[in-house]
Design a protein around this ligand. Structure first.
Ligand code: PRP
Length: 194
């Protein structure tokens, strides 16, 4: 299984965003192509299973919508709300803002997140779902920032390995902004006070 795709060809940000973004790291076309590939892998692996897709709010909004459109499988969809609070980038407190509604006992769960960074979020969510006794939990993330990993967790499906840059767009935010960009861009450090 191809775990992730190397990034080449970094493009300039659109003119109206150049003061805020250093570049486009992953274009709309690259995203759509890779999401379709992930969907094909998932289809093969979960064919015939009783699949519950669990998507983490809010960063997955674009990714999950595109992934679901490409997934030609019977499935059920649910969401977990989880947010991290705290000013720093190292120690953050996780708060669950929405719980699962579907019963996942003895089901196959595909847990979807936008980015795997320190791994604390995915680790906490996996532990929470595990208590509900699913048959198995597999994880799917669009972006994997391995350089920042603290928790011992890796994704079963990962779209792109990315370097340790502050990325926004395609669902990912800075202070709740930029989620609507159709590409993944790199935020200029001066925008977040570095
Ligand atoms: C972001 C992102 C992941 C998590 C990854 O969520 O969506 O869920 O951080 O970081 P970690 O691997 O270091 O735990 P955030 O709490 O910013 O909420 P959001 O999805 O609403 O943007």
């Amino acid at each position: 299984m191809k775990k992730s795709v190397p990034l080449s060809l970094v493009r300039r940000a659109p003119p109206h965003l150049r003061q805020e973004l250093e570049c486009v790291l992953i274009s709309r076309t690259q995203l759509h192509r890779r999401v379709r590939e992930l969907a094909q892998q998932i289809e093969r692996d979960f064919a015939g299973r009783d699949l519950v897709v669990v998507s983490l709010l809010s960063g997955t909004i674009m990714f999950i919508a595109d992934l679901l459109r490409s997934l030609n499988l019977p499935l059920r969809l649910d969401f977990i709300g989880v947010s991290s609070y705290g000013g720093g980038t190292v120690s953050r407190e996780l708060t669950f803002t929405k719980e699962l509604r579907l019963d996942v006992r003895d089901r196959d769960v595909l847990l979807v997140d936008d980015i795997l960074d320190t791994g604390k979020t995915l680790t906490a969510v996996i532990a929470r779902i595990q208590k509900l006794r699913p048959r198995q939990i597999k994880t799917c993330v669009l972006l994997d920032k391995r350089a920042r990993r603290v928790a011992n967790v890796q994704a079963d499906y990962a779209g792109f390995d990315i370097p340790d840059l502050f990325v926004v767009g395609y669902g990912l935010d800075y202070a709740e902004r930029y989620r609507n960009l159709p590409f993944v861009g790199v935020l200029r450090p001066e925008m977040y006070g570095k």
